[in-house]
Design a protein around this ligand. Structure first.
Ligand code: API
Length: 281
């Protein structure tokens, strides 16, 4: 099976082109676990399958390193767009990619080498109704700057779904203790029935933040695009930041904007192809 390793802001996945490869006989949850393993496999935050779609240029199917499937991946969808364009699956600079039942519009920036350098994605409207995020922290309404105790620590949390669930926490310092210590406990807290991705965010100014992420199913990653979009929304709702922010993640920067008129979030960032290989297992 041929595969391609790509990353967006250091959030790295193994990509398989299912226009060319037939994965029908494979258990893809097991494949995601073994191929993602940093010692026994290729090493990645997860596995992304680039599949044909009836309603878009391609369909993204995204699996975390533990084999669980997610509805959406912001850094992944930029890489899928780069793959689709650079490998000639679709040759236009405006693409439509399906993920988790929704179709996203993407706009490509082409570099001097004729390949995709950066991608802007319409990430859609955030979902804030607690039961839809989902979270049982409240019965109905939104969870914005809500004081919640995790493992004896009181934190102010905002819950946002960008197709997948996020818990955003603004902190003075995104320490290892919070990200690696509390992150996994929040991920699996029963008040988040589908588990949750957790973002710890330092505010630098009204237009600039620094984010560390503990991802559902993958642990700490170097960036999270849906998470960065959720942070943009949470920053506005809590009054911490403006509608447009520059977000510094461990592996690179993303620019996010929550449009006041449309209510939709736009995300811009890079996409990089690292290498291709053949998986023999
Ligand atoms: N890194 C991804 C999100 C993966 C989310 C996944 N961990 C989940 O279970 O929802 C991103 O760039 O948006």
């Amino acid at each position: 099976m041929r595969f391609t390793k790509m990353h967006g802001a250091g959030n790295d996945y193994v990509y398989v082109d299912c226009f060319a490869e037939n994965l029908d006989d494979r258990n893809i949850a097991e494949l995601a676990q073994s191929i993602s393993h940093r010692h026994f496999g290729v090493g990645a935050d997860g596995l992304i399958l680039i599949r044909p779609s009836e309603i878009a240029d391609a369909r993204m199917q995204m699996l975390n390193a533990d084999g669980s499937e997610s509805e959406m991946c912001g850094n992944g969808i930029r890489c899928v767009a780069k793959y689709v364009f650079d490998h000639g699956i679709a040759k236009q600079e405006q693409l439509k990619i399906e993920s988790g039942g929704s179709v996203r519009d993407l706009s490509l920036t082409i570099g001097a080498d004729g390949k995709v350098e950066a991608v802007t994605v319409d990430m859609g409207e955030p979902i804030l109704e607690a039961p839809l995020v989902p979270t049982s922290l409240v019965d109905h309404g939104h969870v914005v700057g809500h004081e919640v105790e995790f493992d004896g620590q009181k934190l102010s949390v905002t819950c946002v779904s960008m197709g997948n669930p996020h818990c955003v926490i603004f902190v003075p310092q995104a320490t290892d203790e919070l990200v690696l210590g509390l992150g996994p406990k929040i991920e699996t807290d029963p008040r988040f029935p589908k588990r949750i991705n957790v973002e710890f965010v330092e505010i630098i100014s009204r237009s600039e933040v620094r984010q560390r992420t503990w991802e559902r199913g993958s642990g700490e990653t170097w960036a999270c695009g849906t998470g960065a979009s959720a942070v943009c929304v949470a920053g506005v709702l809590t009054g911490n930041t403006d509608r447009k922010i520059l977000n510094h993640l461990l592996g690179g920067d993303l620019v996010l904007q929550w449009n006041e008129t449309s209510g939709r979030v736009n995300m811009t960032g890079g996409a990089v192809e690292v290498f291709s290989g053949e998986w023999n297992a």
